[in-house]
Design a protein around this ligand. Structure first.
Ligand SMILES: [Zn+2]
Ligand SMILES: [Zn+2]
Length: 336
């Protein structure tokens, strides 16, 4: 089968022939129908993240059909339409038992980080890492849900955003456009921050009440002027500058929630956090339940899965280039 392989930072991905994986007894072989391309992929190619091994097949946003099942699998059968929860949590460790599968101590695998991902014709995954795709939902729309909508659902829960809260989405790309909608769904009033006019326009379409262009001046001051201060800011950019401005955007009692990151550091002045009792939180990944919830929200039209373009597997490097240049609004999806 064909697969797009990562061999090391600074090098283009290579679409190669590799052996088709064999599902183990409790695994399922999924024929990939759509695989979303995420900004995380760029962190492999820029060297900020290092997968457990190379070469490895990238792609952690996978939708497809069950091709074959291992001998011990009873929940799935060939032809089932499935999305893959990319972090294959064990279900048995202390974190999993507390419902914090995203922090699983002994994951069975993790697409594109530790095990071969979905930029390929097939991928083998544990049966317990699958969610059913509702009939109403196309594969191309379902694939990005596995990371963008799920990451947004988890971050909104960490932020605790609720009715009448002012919530800032700092960076309106793939996760950002999902977050705008998820926060709206929770009843929050949303501010979206984006440099690109197209992304600001999309954020307004998806329910943002205000949009801010960082080029118009200090983002913190703009948020304070428009809203009187944010109850939460979800940071999807992660530079020194965005971190400083996100803190300045908070109301007393507000929370800064880190989701995005870069190689840059931020400086903290504890007293300026303590006196207004502001908090810095982080949110990583998601749970299988959040994948099921995300697929349901998109199938019911509550959240739109914004797909910018679909491309063949061979175009993966062009797509990554477009993503790095900020030319993708929503998600680009590969159809192997
Ligand atoms: Zn992702
Ligand atoms: Zn676990």
């Amino acid at each position: 089968m064909r697969a797009a392989r990562f061999t090391g930072p600074g090098r283009p991905l290579q679409v190669q022939e590799v052996p088709r994986p064999e599902p183990g007894p409790d695994e399922v072989l999924v024929r990939v129908r759509a695989a979303g391309v995420c900004a995380t992929e760029l962190h492999f190619t820029d060297g900020l993240l290092t997968p457990a091994r190379t070469p490895i097949t990238l792609g952690h946003e996978v939708a497809g059909t069950v091709e074959a099942v291992g001998g011990a699998v009873t929940a799935w059968e060939p032809g089932d339409r499935v999305a893959v929860h990319y972090l294959h949590s064990c279900g048995d460790c202390r974190q999993c038992r507390r419902g914090r599968e995203n922090l699983c101590a002994a994951p069975r695998g993790m697409l594109a980080f530790a095990s071969d991902g979905g930029f390929a014709e097939f991928v083998a995954v544990p049966a317990r890492s699958l969610a059913r795709i509702p009939e109403a939902l196309a594969f191309v729309q379902a694939a990005p849900v596995a990371c963008s909508v799920t990451t947004a659902l988890h971050a909104a829960a960490v932020a605790g955003a609720g009715a009448d809260d002012v919530a800032v989405v700092y960076g309106a790309g793939g996760v950002g456009s999902a977050l705008v909608q998820v926060l709206r769904h929770r009843g929050a009033r949303v501010v979206a921050v984006a440099r690109s006019p197209r992304r600001r326009e999309l954020a307004r379409e998806l329910g943002a009440e205000w949009t801010i262009d960082p080029a118009d001046g200090d983002v913190g001051a703009q948020v304070q002027r428009l809203t009187g201060g944010a109850d939460c800011v979800v940071e999807l950019v992660g530079t020194a500058d965005s971190g400083r401005q996100a803190l300045a955007a908070l109301a007393p009692g507000g929370a800064l929630v880190y989701v995005g990151y870069s190689a840059e550091r931020i400086e903290l002045d504890p007293v300026r956090l303590v006196v207004p009792e502001q908090r810095i939180l982080t949110s990583v990944s998601s749970t299988l339940a959040e994948l099921e919830q995300g697929l349901d929200l998109v199938a019911r039209g509550v959240v739109r899965s914004v797909v910018d373009r679909t491309e063949p597997l061979e175009a993966v490097d062009d797509v990554l280039g477009a993503l790095a240049r900020g030319e993708v609004t929503g998600r680009a999806v590969l159809v192997p």
